[in-house]
Ligand binder design. Structure first.
Ligand code: NI
Length: 171
């Protein structure tokens, strides 16, 4: 396991679509372990393979102490709307308000190729939507009307708002 450098905005590798994973052996296990270690080191609540330069359909999400390894994931159902602050480990120093589904149901494979289902709401749902976008070469800034909607970390009208900005989940 090792902490890998995170690819930053402007690097074309962030825009590549992840290829489906068809091998569930040692190299996938090492990739997933590196994703988890790099996510925890950052720290963040999720990390996708394209963010460490691997154009593969694999990501990790960790919310509330529960780690999810998602290989070839897709959203099968979603409901509700939720608007909240969100940031990306590939776009350091900024966050923004992004609209997401309140709940999502994801089907994926685990590291052994077994089919799994993960249902999430709130932060877990947001993190899964953010990571699945990465697997499609998509970033949260694509949803913003303008880059002026980006909020610099460290700004805020008052102490409460500054604390919320600083505490925004990164993935
Ligand atoms: Ni991200």
């Amino acid at each position: 396991m090792s902490v890998r450098p995170i690819v930053l905005l402007g690097d074309p590798r962030l825009r590549l679509k992840g290829q489906p994973v068809d091998g569930f052996g040692k190299s996938l296990h090492e990739l997933l372990d590196d994703l988890t270690e790099s996510m925890r080191d950052a720290p963040g609540v999720g990390l996708a393979a394209p963010q460490i330069g691997e154009a593969l359909q694999a990501c990790v999400v960790e919310v509330g102490g529960q780690l999810h390894e998602l290989v070839n994931p897709r959203i099968t159902r979603s409901s509700g709307d939720d608007r909240d602050l969100e940031g990306c480990l590939s776009i350091p120093g900024y966050v923004a308000y992004v609209n997401r589904h309140e709940r999502v149901w994801v089907v994926a494979q685990n590291r052994f190729g077994r089919n799994i289902k993960v249902a999430g709401e709130g932060l877990l749902a947001r993190a899964m939507q953010h990571e699945l976008d990465h697997l499609d070469g998509k970033l949260y800034i694509d949803y913003l009307g303008s880059l002026d909607d980006l909020i610099p970390v460290g700004s805020g009208e008052d102490e409460e708002e500054s604390a919320e900005i600083a505490a925004a989940a990164l993935a």
